[in-house]
Design a protein around this ligand. Structure first.
Ligand SMILES: Nc1ncnc2c1ncn2[C@@H]1O[C@H](COP(=O)(O)OP(=O)(O)O)[C@@H](O)[C@H]1O
Ligand SMILES: [Mg+2]
Length: 321
């Protein structure tokens, strides 16, 4: 659907939708039909003060005009659709193999790990490899990089881009960087500003990390339910973009020590059930003495416990020779 720019005025050609309704939609910042298909009728009703029947009618129409009408497929057709979706290389053969060919649009990937386990390096690398030409395994697409920990580094992007023989400045120009400082800013960014990215050939949205701002802001048990609710809301929007705009979503997560009665603590990703169920594929990254390891901990397609090794050099993540 990328590149389709049908204005909501198109809806005037259909019976029952007039200028007053359109005005209400544009007042809440909706300009294009595709943006409209991200919402459900209850949200449109509330945001734009439109009655529910009309809101349902608008969403139905928008989906029709955008070619998003739900289709029933047999499993063979379904397989064909899933196999033909866009994927891009991580730039590391062993990791590509682990993730079954590359990072795929419509899927949500979680990379959890301790400090220094390579999460941020991997994010930088993906922001570059998504830009590779299709012949080189990329999608010739742009990346959105949401940096909640202040660790995004343009100079690392340059290093990695030059390793892939890409024009460094062009690569930097194709990464939209955001640095939200609190949850309210992060939500506004994701829910409102990202709505317009379908227009920019964006193929990847990165959040490094998904949890940092929430942990800083919602401290203590009494805020836990509220925190989980807010994370859920954010992730729900990320999923809408993934599906509606044909984008891959990648986020990093911190790990917590899980104390066990017999003493040996082990590490689990933070964020509880909400984050655990949000991702399509979950991976744990670890730094060993002389290499890094990425292991699948949950996925509908990748065996749990399967892993890949890599190293991190000047040029980014690489296979171990
Ligand atoms: N220019 C570089 N050359 C070699 N290794 C690097 C370079 N930059 C970062 N690294 C490696 O990456 C590690 C940091 O990984 P990072 O992705 O920041 O971890 P985190 O999981 O905390 O985000 C460093 O400890 C270092 O070993
Ligand atoms: Mg990091």
């Amino acid at each position: 659907m990328t590149g389709d720019r049908i204005k909501i005025e198109e809806l005037l050609n259909y019976p029952g939708i007039g200028r007053v309704t359109l005005h209400k939609l544009s007042k809440i910042g909706i300009e294009y039909i595709h943006e409209l298909t991200l919402f459900n009728p209850e949200e449109i009703m509330e945001l734009a003060s439109i009655d529910i029947e009309r809101a349902c009618q608008i969403i139905r129409l928008a989906r029709k005009v955008a070619g998003k009408k739900a289709k029933v497929l047999n499993a063979l057709e379904y397989e064909r659709v899933m196999n033909s979706r866009e994927q891009f290389t991580t730039g590391v053969k062993s990791i590509d193999k682990l993730v079954k060919g590359g990072i795929a649009v419509w899927d949500i990937y979680e990379f959890a790990g301790e400090y220094g386990s390579g999460k941020t390096q991997l994010c930088h690398q993906l922001a570059v490899t998504v830009q590779l030409s299709k012949e080189k395994g990329g999608l010739a697409g742009k990346a959105v990089y949401i940096d909640t920990e202040g660790t995004f580094s343009p100079s690392r992007v340059r290093d990695i881009a030059s390793g892939f023989k890409l024009n460094e400045e062009e690569v930097l120009r194709n990464i939209l960087v955001y640095r939200p400082i609190n949850v309210a800013e992060l939500e506004e960014l994701v829910v409102e500003q990202l709505r317009s990215i379908f227009d920019l050939n964006t193929k990847l949205v990165i959040i490094d990390s998904i949890i940092a701002l929430y942990r800083a802001e919602f401290k203590g048990r009494e805020w836990l339910a509220r925190r989980q609710q807010r994370i859920n809301y954010l992730i729900d929007w990320l999923k809408r973009y993934a599906n509606t705009y044909d984008i891959a979503v990648v986020y990093t997560n911190q790990v917590l020590s899980q104390p066990v009665p017999w003493g040996i603590a082990y590490k689990i990703p933070a964020g509880g059930n909400i984050v655990a169920h949000a991702a399509t594929h979950r991976f744990l990254l670890r730094r060993l003495q002389d290499k890094w390891v990425i292991e699948c901990i949950d996925s509908p397609r990748i065996a749990r416990g399967s892993s890949a090794s890599f190293r991190i050099t000047e040029r980014g993540l690489e296979d171990i020779k």
